[in-house]
Design a protein around this ligand. Structure first.
Ligand SMILES: C[S@@+](CC[C@H](N)C(=O)[O-])C[C@H]1O[C@@H](n2cnc3c(N)ncnc32)[C@H](O)[C@@H]1O
Length: 139
Protein backbone atom coordinates (compact mmCIF):
# COMPACT_ATOMS: atom_id res chain seq x y z
CA UNK A 1 0.00 0.00 0.00
CA UNK A 2 1.59 3.31 -0.97
CA UNK A 3 1.24 6.65 0.77
CA UNK A 4 -1.38 7.83 -1.70
CA UNK A 5 -3.68 5.13 -0.33
CA UNK A 6 -2.33 5.66 3.13
CA UNK A 7 -2.31 9.43 3.59
CA UNK A 8 -1.99 9.35 7.38
CA UNK A 9 1.28 7.48 7.22
CA UNK A 10 4.88 8.55 6.87
CA UNK A 11 5.84 9.84 3.48
CA UNK A 12 9.15 8.00 3.63
CA UNK A 13 8.19 4.59 2.31
CA UNK A 14 9.99 1.56 3.71
CA UNK A 15 11.78 -0.64 1.20
CA UNK A 16 9.84 -3.83 0.50
CA UNK A 17 11.61 -7.00 1.66
CA UNK A 18 13.47 -9.12 -0.90
CA UNK A 19 11.13 -12.03 -0.31
CA UNK A 20 7.74 -12.53 1.29
CA UNK A 21 9.28 -14.83 3.90
CA UNK A 22 11.01 -11.76 5.40
CA UNK A 23 7.64 -10.90 6.94
CA UNK A 24 8.17 -13.89 9.22
CA UNK A 25 11.46 -12.54 10.50
CA UNK A 26 11.33 -10.37 13.66
CA UNK A 27 14.56 -8.67 12.47
CA UNK A 28 12.75 -7.37 9.41
CA UNK A 29 10.10 -5.74 11.60
CA UNK A 30 12.62 -4.39 14.13
CA UNK A 31 14.65 -2.79 11.37
CA UNK A 32 11.59 -1.41 9.66
CA UNK A 33 10.10 0.08 12.84
CA UNK A 34 13.46 1.65 13.74
CA UNK A 35 13.12 3.83 10.64
CA UNK A 36 9.37 4.31 10.41
CA UNK A 37 7.12 6.17 12.85
CA UNK A 38 3.67 5.43 11.48
CA UNK A 39 2.15 3.24 8.78
CA UNK A 40 -1.34 1.83 8.41
CA UNK A 41 -1.22 -1.39 6.44
CA UNK A 42 -4.93 -1.37 5.85
CA UNK A 43 -7.19 1.66 5.66
CA UNK A 44 -7.25 4.03 8.59
CA UNK A 45 -9.67 3.74 11.49
CA UNK A 46 -12.37 5.91 9.88
CA UNK A 47 -13.06 3.06 7.42
CA UNK A 48 -13.64 0.48 10.18
CA UNK A 49 -15.13 2.70 12.86
CA UNK A 50 -18.77 1.74 12.20
CA UNK A 51 -17.93 -1.99 12.36
CA UNK A 52 -15.90 -1.62 15.54
CA UNK A 53 -18.47 0.58 17.25
CA UNK A 54 -21.15 -2.04 16.58
CA UNK A 55 -19.13 -4.78 18.27
CA UNK A 56 -16.93 -3.20 20.93
CA UNK A 57 -18.39 -1.37 23.90
CA UNK A 58 -16.43 1.20 25.95
CA UNK A 59 -16.05 -1.25 28.86
CA UNK A 60 -14.56 -3.98 26.65
CA UNK A 61 -10.99 -5.22 27.13
CA UNK A 62 -9.36 -5.13 23.74
CA UNK A 63 -6.31 -7.08 22.64
CA UNK A 64 -4.73 -5.71 19.47
CA UNK A 65 -2.53 -8.38 17.97
CA UNK A 66 0.38 -7.19 15.80
CA UNK A 67 -0.06 -3.45 16.46
CA UNK A 68 3.09 -2.37 14.62
CA UNK A 69 3.13 1.44 14.55
CA UNK A 70 -0.56 1.78 13.70
CA UNK A 71 -2.65 4.47 15.37
CA UNK A 72 -5.60 2.11 15.87
CA UNK A 73 -5.23 2.01 19.67
CA UNK A 74 -5.16 5.81 19.87
CA UNK A 75 -8.28 6.08 17.76
CA UNK A 76 -10.08 3.51 19.90
CA UNK A 77 -9.02 5.39 23.01
CA UNK A 78 -10.38 8.65 21.63
CA UNK A 79 -13.67 6.82 21.03
CA UNK A 80 -13.90 5.85 24.70
CA UNK A 81 -12.47 2.32 24.48
CA UNK A 82 -9.68 2.73 27.00
CA UNK A 83 -8.72 -0.77 28.14
CA UNK A 84 -6.47 -1.86 25.34
CA UNK A 85 -3.47 -4.15 25.19
CA UNK A 86 -1.39 -3.88 22.02
CA UNK A 87 1.14 -6.62 21.39
CA UNK A 88 3.70 -7.22 18.70
CA UNK A 89 6.55 -9.63 18.14
CA UNK A 90 8.83 -6.65 17.39
CA UNK A 91 10.41 -5.25 20.54
CA UNK A 92 11.11 -2.01 18.63
CA UNK A 93 7.41 -1.61 17.80
CA UNK A 94 6.48 -2.25 21.44
CA UNK A 95 9.02 0.24 22.82
CA UNK A 96 8.03 2.94 20.36
CA UNK A 97 4.34 2.35 21.01
CA UNK A 98 4.99 2.67 24.76
CA UNK A 99 6.79 5.98 24.25
CA UNK A 100 4.11 7.31 21.94
CA UNK A 101 1.18 6.40 24.18
CA UNK A 102 2.91 7.66 27.31
CA UNK A 103 3.77 10.97 25.66
CA UNK A 104 0.10 11.39 24.78
CA UNK A 105 -1.06 10.44 28.28
CA UNK A 106 -3.11 7.41 27.21
CA UNK A 107 -3.37 5.52 30.46
CA UNK A 108 -4.85 2.06 30.28
CA UNK A 109 -3.26 1.18 26.95
CA UNK A 110 -0.59 -1.46 27.51
CA UNK A 111 1.90 -2.31 24.80
CA UNK A 112 3.71 -5.58 25.39
CA UNK A 113 5.50 -8.47 23.78
CA UNK A 114 3.52 -11.61 23.12
CA UNK A 115 5.38 -13.66 25.70
CA UNK A 116 4.87 -11.04 28.40
CA UNK A 117 1.23 -10.90 27.50
CA UNK A 118 0.84 -14.64 27.96
CA UNK A 119 2.52 -14.45 31.34
CA UNK A 120 0.62 -11.41 32.53
CA UNK A 121 -2.96 -12.36 31.86
CA UNK A 122 -4.74 -15.24 33.54
CA UNK A 123 -6.96 -17.45 31.43
CA UNK A 124 -10.19 -16.01 32.80
CA UNK A 125 -9.53 -12.62 31.16
CA UNK A 126 -11.97 -11.99 28.33
CA UNK A 127 -10.80 -9.92 25.42
CA UNK A 128 -12.14 -8.63 22.18
CA UNK A 129 -9.36 -9.61 19.81
CA UNK A 130 -8.47 -7.19 17.01
CA UNK A 131 -6.12 -8.51 14.37
CA UNK A 132 -5.23 -6.17 11.51
CA UNK A 133 -3.01 -7.83 8.91
CA UNK A 134 -0.64 -9.52 11.35
CA UNK A 135 0.98 -11.93 8.85
CA UNK A 136 1.58 -14.55 11.47
CA UNK A 137 4.93 -16.02 12.09
CA UNK A 138 3.78 -19.60 12.61
CA UNK A 139 7.12 -21.37 12.49
C1 LIG B 1 1.51 -6.00 8.26
S1 LIG B 1 1.97 -5.36 9.83
C2 LIG B 1 0.40 -4.73 10.41
C3 LIG B 1 0.58 -3.69 11.50
C4 LIG B 1 -0.73 -3.02 11.98
N1 LIG B 1 -1.65 -4.00 12.54
C5 LIG B 1 -1.41 -2.26 10.85
O1 LIG B 1 -2.51 -2.66 10.43
O2 LIG B 1 -0.87 -1.24 10.40
C6 LIG B 1 2.11 -6.91 10.76
C7 LIG B 1 2.51 -6.73 12.21
O3 LIG B 1 2.32 -7.96 12.89
C8 LIG B 1 3.45 -8.24 13.70
N2 LIG B 1 3.49 -9.71 13.89
C9 LIG B 1 3.76 -10.66 12.98
N3 LIG B 1 3.69 -11.90 13.53
C10 LIG B 1 3.35 -11.71 14.83
C11 LIG B 1 3.14 -12.59 15.93
N4 LIG B 1 3.26 -13.90 15.81
N5 LIG B 1 2.81 -12.05 17.14
C12 LIG B 1 2.68 -10.70 17.28
N6 LIG B 1 2.88 -9.82 16.28
C13 LIG B 1 3.22 -10.31 15.06
C14 LIG B 1 4.61 -7.61 12.95
O4 LIG B 1 5.72 -7.32 13.78
C15 LIG B 1 3.95 -6.34 12.41
O5 LIG B 1 4.01 -5.29 13.34
Amino acid sequence: MDTAQNPGSDHKKADPPKSVSAYLDPNYWNQRFSNEEHYEWLKDYSHFRHLIQAQIKPNSSVLELGCGNSQLSEELYKDGITEITCIDLSSVAVEKMKERLLSKGYEGVFPGCLLKFLLLFPSFCVFVLLEFDTRFNNR
